[in-house]
Design a protein around this ligand. Structure first.
Ligand code: NDP
Ligand code: AKG
Length: 416
């Protein structure tokens, strides 16, 4: 994944004519933290996990990005995702740099007490490198508002009451209206803009989803509300389809009760891996990375792919989609709604003020539409695909800020 994120960066860097020296400056993470976490299991045995926080860039503000609890978490994955956060925050023009992290664990094997202990131990280990003006974690795969609340509580024991140290918190612990739905809602807003640019409407399209967690379920819900037909959804345990459109509210309720979309009675069951090649207009990968590869890219039948997940497409698959005329809406634009509302949450925490849901949704919509317009304009002027355009825009914004900040100010060849 690390090589892939660098490959996408380099595609834009080639268009901008960046020197190797500047590429090095912009790609090198500021700090990589790896910590051992020793806790006690419910049976009284010692359990060991490894936690990571990679802080990529603070050029445009405090570092920002989620925490993932998954067996795939390692230094490379966290570094790649931290790097993406730097470009994502620049694309939506929120005042942050980029970071990412997590714990290498399988949360399905852990009780709530064990998860709480591991999270608090992690906070104790990284407390000196996070903070409301330093680095602000948020939810990602297998983490949620409850875990963010534990992080705030634990950090506040060391630093005093600090709601702004983490976003995606529960509402009663100074979270924000609209954060839980934000990434999925943002995906829908960007899809609407893409379709508008093609003189199509969201009511005309059929959509297939891989992943029905936080991002997938809220994206499906908001698309269905606007009239899109969600024809297939797959998760880890299985898939469910209905050519007339799945009832998404019922599917959400089913998943909450059964832990998976599998066996949902409102559709037909299928093998979950088939969802990526489903017969639909729009494919939304909303689970893990590297799922669209050279091995399945030729079989994808959608004409638009909206990357709700981070890094779902390998560069080889991306090239195949380009050749086949499939439009890919890149992660650093498509899923940036989450970090945008995280920014609103952090701003509310700092101001000790609350915004209403209507204001959050309006501001989110405004930010996402402006980001799409800016990326589409670069794509047109430079005659490049949307991903390269998003990277160009982000690299220029980060480069411009870096020029005025030490230790980069002397690097006269940074992009303007
Ligand atoms: N949360 C956020 O605000 C943001 C998240 N993202 C990205 O969106 C993606 C999803 O994150 P999020 O929704 O928060 O995570 P969740 O943990 O809420 O949901 C993950 C979903 O992916 C599914 N999944 C996991 N493994 C597989 C697999 N092998 N095949 C099919 N489905 C699978 C899970 O299914 P099951 O439950 O069956 O395991 C679940 O439906 C990630 O790439 C994340 O980085 C990006 C921006 C912000
Ligand atoms: O809300 C945030 O701060 C970051 C969310 C995230 O991890 C992401 O956008 O990938």
């Amino acid at each position: 994944m690390l090589e892939e994120s660098r490959a996408y960066f380099c595609r834009a860097a080639n268009v901008l004519g960046l020197s190797d020296r500047v590429r090095d400056i912009l790609l090198t993470p500021l700090r990589i933290v790896k910590v051992g976490l020793i806790t006690e299991s419910d049976e009284g045995k010692l359990i060991k996990h490894t936690g990571y926080r990679v802080q990529h860039s603070r050029v445009r503000g405090p570092m920002k990005g989620g925490l993932r609890y998954h067996p795939s978490v390692d230094e490379d994955e966290a570094t790649a995702l931290a790097n993406l956060m730097t470009w994502k925050t620049a694309v939506v023009d929120v005042p942050y740099g980029g970071a990412k992290g997590g714990i290498n664990c399988d949360p399905t094997d852990l009780s709530e007490r064990e998860l709480n202990e591991i999270t608090r131990t992690f906070v104790g280990q990284i407390k000196d490198v996070i903070g409301p003006t330093i680095d602000i974690p948020a939810p990602d795969v297998n983490t949620n508002a409850k875990i963010m609340g534990w992080i705030m509580d634990e950090y506040s024991k060391y630093a005093g009451f600090s709601p702004g140290v983490v976003t995606g918190k529960p509402l009663h612990l100074f979270g924000s209206e609209g954060r839980e739905e934000a990434t999925g809602r943002g995906v829908t807003i960007v899809l609407e803009e893409v379709l508008r640019s093609q003189k199509q409407s969201i009511t005309d399209v059929t959509v297939a989803f891989q992943g029905f967690g936080n991002v997938g379920s809220f994206a499906a819900r908001t698309m269905a509300e606007l009239g899109a037909k969600i024809v297939a959804v797959g998760d880890h345990a299985g898939g469910v389809s209905n050519p007339e459109g799945l009832n998404i509210d019922e599917l959400v309720a089913w998943t909450a009760r059964h832990g998976s979309v599998a066996k949902f009675p409102g559709g037909d069951a299928f093998e979950s891996s088939d969802v990526l090649t489903w017969d639909c207009d729009v494919l939304v990968p909303a689970a893990l990375g590297d799922v669209l590869t050279k091995d399945n890219a030729e079989d994808v039948r959608a004409s638009i792919i909206v990357e709700a997940a981070n890094s779902p497409t390998t560069p080889e698959a991306d090239e195949i989609f380009r050749r086949r005329g499939i439009l890919v809406v890149p992660d650093i634009l498509a899923n940036a709604g989450g970090v945008t509302v995280s920014y609103f949450e952090w701003a509310q925490n700092i101001q000790q003020f609350r915004w209403e849901l209507g204001r959050i949704r309006h501001e989110l919509s405004d930010h996402m539409r402006k980001a799409y317009e800016a990326v589409a304009a670069v794509a047109k002027t430079r005659d490049v695909d949307l991903r390269t355009a998003a990277f160009i825009l982000a690299i220029q914004r980060v480069g411009e800020a870096a020029l005025s900040r030490r230790p980069y100010a002397e690097a006269k060849d940074l992009p303007r």
